[in-house]
Design a protein around this ligand. Structure first.
Ligand code: ZN
Length: 699
C-alpha cells in the first residue's frame, strides 16, 4: 500500500518536473494523434504528436515528433522523441550511421554525440552519459517511412540549444543560447536602404511581410528574433523599454523593436513600418542581421489576356523603369531599376511568346553601375522586334507591383481590349465610331451588359472571350442584321460605369461593388489562410495522392475572389505554394487588425468511410456556428458539427473571430470527388460568405 502511494507520488512528480506536460498537441490539426510502428516491439501504437520550432521556424518532418510514454514498475516516463535529422540538418550538424552497432553519431561544434538504438546510455565524446528517464533512441516508422527517433531535450541540450515551451500554443521552442541585441543602425548606401542589427553572437529569426496595399493599413516587414534581449546599457530605449527610430524617408516610416517577455523564451519583435509595399532581403553575417530594402523581380512570364500576350514582370514593390532602343539590332529594352531578379540563373533567359511582331524576348540580371554608373542592380527585358517601326507601339505600363509589356499583334486594329486596372476594377474598351450613338442595355436580373453597335462603325469578329478574371466570366461578340451584339457577363456583386472620355471607342470600368457597411478602417477585412504549403504538404489522400495544401489553396483563391466580389476585403496569407510559420499566420491577421479569420483545411482518417465537414474554433462559437450552419446548408454535406480546439495555435492566437474549416476527407471517395470539383468548392465558399454576412449582421 505504502509502496503504491510512493509510486503514485513519484508519478505525479515526474509528470510535473518531466520534460513536458502530457497535453502537448500537434500544432497542425491533422496531426493530433498519430500511429507509429515501434520496431523494437513490432507494434503500432497511438501517440500524441508534438510541434517543434527551431529559432522560431517550424520544424516540419515526414515522421512527426511524438510524446513517447513508457511504464516501468508502475511509473510513467514520458519524453519527446524526434527524427534525428529534424534538428541536426537545420543547424548544419553532420550525422553518420554505424549499422554494425546500430549507432547514430552527431558531430557538432567539436562534439561527438553517439546514440544507440534501444540503449539507455549515450556517449558524448566517448564518455558514457545516462539518457534521461532511460528512454533510448528508437527506430520507428510512420506511413511506411523509417526514422531514427532520438530524445529531443537530451540532443538539443548537448548541442547547446535552449529548450523552451510555449504553454499557450503547446509548442516546444528550441533556440540558440540567449543573446543580447547591442546595436541597431540605419543607412542608405548606393540607393539601397539598410538596417543592421548587431547581436552578441549568432541569433535565429523568422520574418514575414504584411502587405497593407488597398486595405487602409500600413505595410510592414516583421522580424522576430528568438531568445534575445535588448541590451539596455548599449542601446537607446524609450520609457517602455522599446527601440523606436523615426526614419521618414521615402516609403519607410519608422523602425520599432519591442522586447517580448510573455512567452518563457524572451523574444524581440522588430517592425519596419512602410507607407507602401517594399521588397526586402535579409542576410546573416556572423553576429549581424542585415535587412536590405530593395525591389526584386520574382517572376517574368507571358500572360494571355483576350488573345493578346502580355509580358509580365512581378516585383515586390512598384516598379521604376527606363526604356531604351537599339534600332541597329531591332532591340527594345526595358530596365526595371533597382531590382534583383530572383532565381536569376546563369546569363540570359528566354521567354516563349507567340507574336510574329516579336522575334525574341530575353531577360537577365545586370549590374546597374556598368550601365547607369550608379545604383546596384537592374532587371533587363529585351524585345527583339521583327520590324523596328513597331517600337513606337510597344506599351510598357505598371500595374500595382507588376510591369506589363505589350505589343499588339494587329497594331491599329485592336477591336476589343479588356484588362485589369487595379485589384478591384478592369477596363473594357471596344473600338467603335460614333460611340455616343451606340445602344447600351443592362439587365439587373441576369447581370449582363449588352452593347449593340452599328456594323458601319466597328470591325468586330464573332468570338467568345473568357478573361481569367472573377469580375467578368465571358464576353461574347455576335452579329444580327446590321449590328454587332456584345454581351458582357458580369459576376455577382460586380457593376460597371461608362467612361465617356473617348469618341471612337466605348469604354466601361467594371468594378466590384461595396455593399457591406463600412467600418472606420474601410470594408470588413477577412484573412483567409490556406492551410499548410511549401515543405508541409498537410494530409495526403490515400486514394489518389492529392496533397491537402493544394486543395486548401484552391479553396482560398476562389474564396478570396468571392468575398472581394461581395463587398469584403480579403487577404490571403499565401497565394502560392509556400510555407508560413505556425505563428506567422495569426501574426499577419493580428497585424492587419482583421475582422475575421478563416483557415481552410482538409481531413484524413484511417477509416475510409469517415466523411463530412467540421468547423473548429477557439473563442468564437457564434462565428463558428454561423459559418458552419451555412456551409452545411449550401453543400448538404455530412455534418460533423463545430468543435472547440483551444490547442490549435492557428485559431487560438488570433485576436479576432477565427475558425478552421475541415472541408472534407481526402480519404473518402465521395468527399475527395467533391474537393476536386470547382462547383462544389464554390458552393462551400458561398456558404462561408453567407455565414460571414449573417455573423456581421448580428453585430
Ligand atoms: Zn490541415
Amino acid at each position: 500500500m505504502e509502496k503504491n502511494l510512493r509510486s503514485r507520488l513519484l508519478l505525479v512528480l515526474i509528470v510535473i518536473i518531466g520534460l513536458l506536460p502530457l497535453n502537448v498537441f500537434a500544432a497542425s490539426p491533422d496531426l493530433g494523434k498519430v500511429r507509429l510502428l515501434d520496431h523494437s516491439s513490432g507494434r503500432v501504437k497511438e501517440y500524441i504528436s508534438a510541434h517543434i520550432t527551431l529559432g522560431g521556424d517550424d520544424v516540419v518532418t515526414d515522421v512527426p515528433a511524438i510524446i513517447y510514454i513508457e511504464w516501468r514498475n508502475n511509473v510513467q516516463y514520458s519524453r519527446t522523441l524526434v527524427p534525428i535529422r529534424a534538428i541536426t540538418e537545420q543547424l548544419g550538424a553532420k550525422v553518420t550511421w554505424d549499422n554494425s552497432t546500430q549507432t547514430a553519431h552527431v558531430y557538432y561544434e567539436g562534439k561527438d554525440i553517439a546514440l544507440t538504438l534501444e540503449s539507455d546510455t549515450a556517449y558524448v565524446n566517448g564518455k558514457a552519459v545516462a539518457l534521461p528517464d532511460g528512454i533510448p533512441a528508437k527506430l520507428m516508422s510512420y506511413n511506411g517511412v523509417n526514422r531514427t527517433m532520438v530524445p529531443l531535450r537530451f540532443l538539443s541540450e548537448e548541442m547547446g540549444l535552449n529548450v523552451g515551451w510555449d504553454s499557450i500554443s503547446n509548442v516546444i521552442k528550441l533556440n540558440r543560447p540567449l543573446q543580447r541585441i547591442e546595436n541597431i543602425s540605419y543607412s542608405k548606401n548606393d540607393g539601397v536602404e539598410e538596417f543592421v542589427i548587431t547581436a552578441s553572437d549568432k541569433v535565429s529569426y523568422v520574418d514575414y511581410f504584411v502587405d497593407g496595399t488597398g486595405l487602409n493599413r500600413d505595410s510592414k516587414i516583421v522580424l522576430k528574433v528568438g531568445n534575445v534581449v535588448l541590451a539596455e546599457d548599449k542601446i537607446a530605449t524609450d520609457s517602455n523599454g522599446n527601440v523606436v527610430k523615426q526614419i521618414n524617408q521615402g516609403a519607410i516610416k519608422n523602425f520599432i523593436a519591442v522586447q517580448k517577455t510573455d512567452a518563457d523564451v524572451p523574444e524581440v519583435e522588430m517592425e519596419i513600418n512602410l507607407s507602401k509595399a517594399r521588397g526586402y532581403e535579409i542576410k546573416e553575417a556572423g553576429n549581424q542581421l542585415i535587412i536590405s530594402l530593395n525591389n526584386s523581380v520574382s517572376e517574368i512570364y507571358v500572360e494571355n489576356l483576350i488573345g493578346e500576350e502580355y509580358i509580365v514582370a512581378k516585383a515586390t514593390e512598384e516598379p521604376v523603369f527606363k526604356v531604351s532602343k537599339w534600332p541597329e539590332k531591332n532591340k527594345y529594352i526595358v530596365d526595371i531599376m533597382g531590382t534583383k531578379l530572383e532565381n536569376a540563373g546563369e546569363g540570359i533567359q528566354e521567354l516563349a511568346i507567340n507574336n510574329k511582331a516579336i522575334k525574341k524576348v530575353t531577360y537577365a540580371q545586370l549590374d546597374a553601375k556598368e550601365i547607369y554608373g550608379e545604383g546596384k542592380w537592374v532587371t533587363r527585358i529585351v524585345l527583339e522586334l521583327a520590324d523596328f517601326r513597331d517600337a513606337d507601339k510597344v506599351e510598357v505600363k505598371p500595374l500595382g507591383t507588376q510591369l506589363l509589356i505589350h505589343l499588339d499583334k494587329k497594331v491599329g486594329e485592336k477591336p476589343i481590349e479588356y484588362y485589369a486596372l487595379d485589384k478591384k476594377s478592369s477596363l473594357l474598351k471596344i473600338l467603335a465610331k460614333n460611340a455616343k450613338n451606340q445602344s447600351i442595355y443592362y439587365d439587373r436580373d441576369d447581370n449582363i451588359l449588352r452593347v449593340k453597335i452599328n456594323k458601319e462603325d466597328a470591325a468586330l469578329t464573332k468570338n467568345t472571350f473568357e478573361p481569367d478574371d472573377q469580375r467578368v466570366s465571358r464576353i461574347e461578340v455576335g452579329e444580327s442584321g446590321d449590328y454587332y451584339n456584345v454581351k458582357v457577363y458580369l459576376s455577382r456583386g460586380v457593376s460597371y460605369s461608362q467612361e465617356y472620355s473617348q469618341t471612337d471607342a466605348l469604354a466601361f470600368r467594371i468594378y466590384t461593388e461595396n455593399r457591406i457597411v463600412r467600418t472606420d478602417k474601410g470594408r470588413k477585412l477577412i484573412v483567409i489562410d490556406a492551410g499548410h504549403g511549401g515543405k508541409d504538404p498537410g494530409a495526403i489522400s490515400p486514394i489518389d495522392g492529392t496533397k491537402e495544401k493544394d486543395v486548401n489553396l484552391k479553396f482560398a483563391l476562389r474564396l478570396q475572389q468571392l468575398l472581394e466580389n461581395n463587398g469584403f476585403d480579403a487577404y490571403l496569407t499565401r497565394s502560392t505554394d509556400k510555407y508560413l510559420g505556425l505563428y506567422t499566420i495569426t501574426d499577419i491577421a493580428n497585424d492587419l487588425k482583421a475582422d475575421a479569420f478563416i483557415s481552410i483545411h482538409a481531413n484524413t482518417a484511417q477509416n475510409s468511410s469517415a466523411k463530412g465537414i467540421e468547423t473548429l474554433y477557439g473563442q468564437s462559437p457564434l462565428y463558428a456556428k454561423a459559418i458552419h450552419r451555412n456551409i452545411i446548408k449550401m453543400t448538404g454535406a455530412t455534418d460533423r458539427g463545430i468543435k472547440t480546439r483551444m490547442d490549435l495555435a492557428v485559431i487560438r492566437t488570433s485576436d479576432m473571430s477565427a475558425v478552421l474549416i475541415e472541408t472534407g476527407f481526402l480519404s473518402n471517395r465521395e468527399d475527395l470527388k467533391n474537393l476536386h470539383d470547382n462547383e462544389y468548392i464554390d458552393k462551400l465558399n458561398q456558404g462561408i460568405l453567407n455565414g460571414l454576412l449573417e455573423y456581421f449582421a448580428l453585430e
